[in-house]
Write a protein that binds this ligand. Structure first.
Ligand code: NAD
Length: 354
C-alpha cells in the first residue's frame, strides 16, 4: 500500500514535506482542495512519535478544512500544516520562521493560522517570512475562540429550537464539557440567554470560576456526558460520542465545539436511533474559520471588520437548519447531510472573495 491508497489521502492536490537543517524543522503541509480558494488551515505543533501518525493527521485535518470552509460558504479551500516538535520545549522563533519560509514557497496556495501547539504571538514570527498567515493580532482577526464560541451558541440555539421546540434558551439546561477558550465563552453567552449550566473541566479553577460567575453546577468530568440536561456541549476532546457514552446521554441535543466528536462515522446513526439531534462538529464550530476568513480578504484590499465577520458567523444557525432539513428529507444522519451539503458546495461556482 502506498500513501496514495490511504483512505485519508482522498484526492489531496499537494502534500509538501518541508525540512530545515539549521532549525530542525520537520513539517508537512497538506493542501487538500483549492477549488473554492486558497487552502486555509492551522499549523499544529505536536511531538508525533511516528511518521504514519503525522501524515494521517495532516491528511485528515486538511480534508475536514475543505468541508468546513465549503459548508460555511467561504471562498477558501482546505489545508493544514503539522510540525513535528514539542511545543513546550522545541518551539523557537527560528523554527517558526523556517516554517514561514516553507509556507511562503507555496505562494499563497496555502494560508496558515493557529492550531493546537501554536498561539497568536507565534504567528507573528511566521508573518516575518510570509504574508500568507491569518489570525494575527495586529490589524487581524486575532484569537479565533470568541468567534467559535459565538458560532456554537447560535448553532446550539438552532438545534434546541428544532429538537426541543423552544424559541429561546431561557431555562434550557446545558452541560458543557471543557471550560477552555471556547467552552467558557459559550458558557457566558448561554448564561446571558437564560440557560442553566452544568459544567466540567479537569481544571478545578475553571469550574470554580463558572460556579462563581455564572451560577453553574459542577459535574464530574468523567460523567458530564450523562448529566441530566437538555443539551450536551462537548468543548474539550474528540471521540466523546462512542459506544460507551451514547447509551448514557440523557440530553436530546449534542451541540459543542470539539473537533471529531464521533468516535466513528457509525456513531452518527447510533445518536439518531436514540432520538438525539447531533449538530455536526465541523458545521457548528466554523465560527473561527469564518472570522479569520474575513482577515484573508485584506488581500482584496478590505480591512478586517469584526462586525461583518460576526454577522457571517451568525449564519451557522441557517446552515444547521439546512442540514437538519436535508437529513429529514433524505433519511440520513445529520453528519451525512453535512457532508452532502459541503460536497454540493464544492461543485458550485464560488465568488472570488468571501
Ligand atoms: P482549550 O485548550 O482552551 O480548552 C479545552 C478545555 O478542556 C481545557 O480547559 C481543558 O482543561 C478541558 N479538558 C480537557 N480534557 C477534558 C476532559 N476530559 N473533561 C473535561 N474537560 C477537559 O481549547 P479550546 O480552544 O477551547 O477548544 C476546545 C475544543 O474546540 C477543541 O476540541 C478544539 O479543537 C475545538 N475547536 C476550537 C476552535 C477555536 O477557535 N479555539 C475552533 C474549532 C474547534
Amino acid at each position: 500500500m502506498t500513501v496514495f491508497d490511504l483512505p485519508d489521502f482522498r484526492d489531496h492536490e499537494q502534500v509538501v514535506f518541508a525540512s530545515d537543517a539549521e532549525t530542525g524543522l520537520k513539517s508537512i503541509i497538506a493542501i487538500h482542495n483549492t477549488r473554492r480558494g486558497p487552502a486555509l488551515g492551522g499549523c499544529r505543533i505536536w511531538p508525533y512519535e511516528n511518521d504514519g501518525d503525522v501524515v494521517m493527521d495532516a491528511l485528515r485535518l486538511s480534508r475536514v478544512m475543505t468541508y468546513k470552509s465549503a459548508l460555511a460558504g467561504l471562498a477558501l479551500g482546505g489545508g493544514k500544516a503539522v510540525i513535528i516538535a514539542d511545543p513546550r520545549s522545541e518551539k523557537t522563533p527560528a523554527l517558526l520562521r523556517a516554517f514561514g519560509r516553507a509556507v511562503d514557497q507555496l505562494a499563497g496556495r496555502y494560508i496558515t493560522a493557529e492550531d493546537v501547539g501554536t498561539t497568536v504571538p507565534d504567528l507573528e514570527f511566521v508573518r516575518l517570512e510570509t504574508p500568507h498567515v491569518v489570525g494575527i493580532s495586529e490589524g487581524g482577526a486575532g484569537d479565533p475562540s470568541p468567534a467559535t464560541a459565538y458560532g456554537v451558541f447560535v448553532g446550539l440555539q438552532a438545534a434546541a429550537r428544532r429538537a426541543l421546540g423552544t424559541p429561546s434558551l431561557e431555562g434550557v439546561r446545558v452541560g458543557i464539557q471543557g471550560l477552555g477558550a471556547v467552552g467558557f465563552g459559550l458558557a457566558e453567552l448561554l448564561r446571558e440567554a437564560g440557560a442553566r449550566l452544568t459544567v466540567a473541566d479537569l481544571r478545578d479553577s475553571a469550574v470554580e470560576r463558572a460556579m462563581r460567575e455564572l451560577d453553574a453546577d459542577p459535574s464530574d468530568a468523567t460523567r458530564i456526558h450523562a448529566a441530566d440536561v437538555d443539551v450536551y456541549a462537548p468543548c474539550a476532546l474528540g471521540g466523546v460520542l462512542n459506544d460507551d457514552t451514547i447509551l448514557e446521554i440523557r440530553a436530546r441535543v449534542v451541540a459543542g465545539s470539539a473537533n471529531n466528536q464521533l468516535a466513528e462515522d457509525r456513531h452518527g446513526a447510533d445518536l439518531q436511533a436514540r432520538g438525539i439531534l447531533y449538530a455536526p462538529d465541523y458545521a457548528i464550530n466554523a465560527g473561527g474559520i469564518i472570522n479569520i476568513g474575513h482577515e484573508s480578504t485584506r488581500n482584496a484590499g478590505r480591512p478586517y471588520d469584526r462586525q461583518r465577520a460576526f454577522a457571517d458567523v451568525a449564519r451557522i444557525g441557517d446552515t444547521l437548519e439546512r442540514i437538519f432539513d436535508l437529513a429529514d428529507q433524505e433519511g440520513v444522519t445529520t453528519a451525512i447531510a453535512a457532508d452532502r451539503l459541503a460536497e454540493q458546495r464544492l461543485l458550485e461556482d464560488c465568488p472570488a472573495a468571501a
